[in-house]
Design a protein around this ligand. Structure first.
Ligand SMILES: [Zn+2]
Length: 389
């Protein structure tokens, strides 16, 4: 491509490609980036110079290796655009600032959260404003992860706190793009981009806390549904049709795969904190007695059987697990595996997709929210807008 063909759009197209590379390979040198993008060394020098002028990228001398020509290491510019990622969890919230290279730092967190949903939302909105004020003009998007069912701007169900229909729009108070998503969806996005499902074309992520959520990621993007409420895997009727779920439906899979299910199987009262209950039950019983063994096996088999159904449905390359799904499988590996294989259609059994533990752990939703925000601010349109200002 010659210089005079370099329309403004093409310019930002090349910039977006270079920034995507920087996120995928942090610490990449200018020389390697030029190779990956298939552009000349001079073209890369020009492109990086443009992005330095626009305060998007900066570079520092790379340590010299062998006899190759000296090059530089690329990084986000110190005055470049930022995004705020927020993670609203059952017991607390966290805010992080992320730059366009994907470097994410926690900058605020709750000490204790209000039991009133409106107060909690107001508290988080104020914290978001305070963080944005500290970096005038730099924060270009806010991306929030919520540990509940989100439909448009409403939190329609937050099982751990018993909340329903909470208005999240007060979080949309800054005059910058605002994105909101479910924690399981965003954790799946993080696994697909930089985690256990990295490189997979179609990946299914499932996360268990109180109930199960998840997402199907196709070519790096989650299938979010018309209102952002897709992925409520726990509310598929894989359970007992006689039992009613707090969501209002009967027979939800949710009721058979978490701490509530374990307690019910053990004849105990419903735990007030099903996540803590599950962790404790697993930790206290490295060699479970028969009764507890059976409870683990029943839950592990329900998880494995349901995953088989989802594999038959979605045909993923890989399934990744988050939250309690990994320790619950580990507590009943044989029951899980045999239910998984039994539930697969015959033609899938020989090449069953691997079911892998996720690598982001509890930080998955925050990383996913950050990823989504950066996707937004490094779009060609957003980069052009940033440069204009
Ligand atoms: Zn349900």
């Amino acid at each position: 491509m010659t210089r005079h063909q370099d329309s403004a759009a093409n310019r930002w197209h090349g910039a977006a490609q270079l920034l995507a590379l920087l996120r995928a390979e942090p610490g990449i040198t200018r020389a390697i980036a030029a190779q990956r993008l298939g552009i000349s060394s001079g073209g890369a020098t020009d492109l990086v110079a443009r992005l330095r002028t626009a305060e998007l990228l900066d570079e520092s001398p790379a340590p010299t290796r062998g006899r190759g020509r000296p090059t530089t290491v690329l990084r986000a510019h110190d005055h470049g655009p930022l995004a705020i990622a927020a993670d609203l969890r059952p017991g607390d919230w966290r805010l992080a600032l992320t730059d366009i290279a994907g470097h994410t730092d926690i900058v605020d967190r709750s000490l204790q959260t209000s039991s009133d949903p409106e107060e909690l939302i107001a508290e988080v909105a104020a914290a978001i404003s305070a963080v944005a004020d500290r970096e005038p003009g730099r924060v270009r998007a806010v991306s929030v992860s919520v540990a509940g069912t989100v439909s448009d701007d409403r939190l329609v169900q937050f099982t751990p706190r018993g909340w329903s229909d909470v208005d999240l729009s007060p979080l949309r108070h800054l005059d910058i793009p605002f994105l909101i998503g479910n924690d399981a969806t965003l954790a799946g996005l993080a696994e697909a981009r930089t985690g256990a499902a990295h490189g997979a074309g179609t990946a299914l992520h499932l996360i268990i806390a109180v109930g199960m959520g998840g997402t199907l990621i196709v070519d790096g993007a989650p299938a979010s549904g018309a209102h952002g409420a897709a992925g409520e895997y726990g509310h598929i009727p894989f359970g007992d049709p006689a039992t009613q779920c707090p969501c209002g439906a009967h027979g939800c899979w949710d009721l058979t795969i978490d701490g509530r299910a374990l307690a019910r199987l053990l004849g105990e009262a419903a735990p007030s904190d099903p996540v803590a209950y599950t962790h404790t039950l697993i930790a206290d019983n490295p060699v479970p007695d028969n009764r507890i063994r059976q409870a683990f096996d029943t839950v592990g088999a329900s998880i494995g059987r349901g995953i088989a159904g989802l594999v038959n449905l979605h045909d993923p390359d890989v399934v990744t697990l988050g939250g309690l799904a990994s320790p619950l499988r580990a507590a009943a590996p044989r029951a899980f595996e045999s239910a998984y294989l039994q539930g697969l259609m015959a033609f899938r059994k020989k090449s069953a997709p691997p079911v892998l533990d996720g690598v982001h752990g509890d930080d998955g939703p925050l990383h996913g929210a950050a990823t989504r925000a950066i996707d937004h601010i490094v779009s060609e349109a957003s980069l052009a807008e940033w440069a204009r200002q």
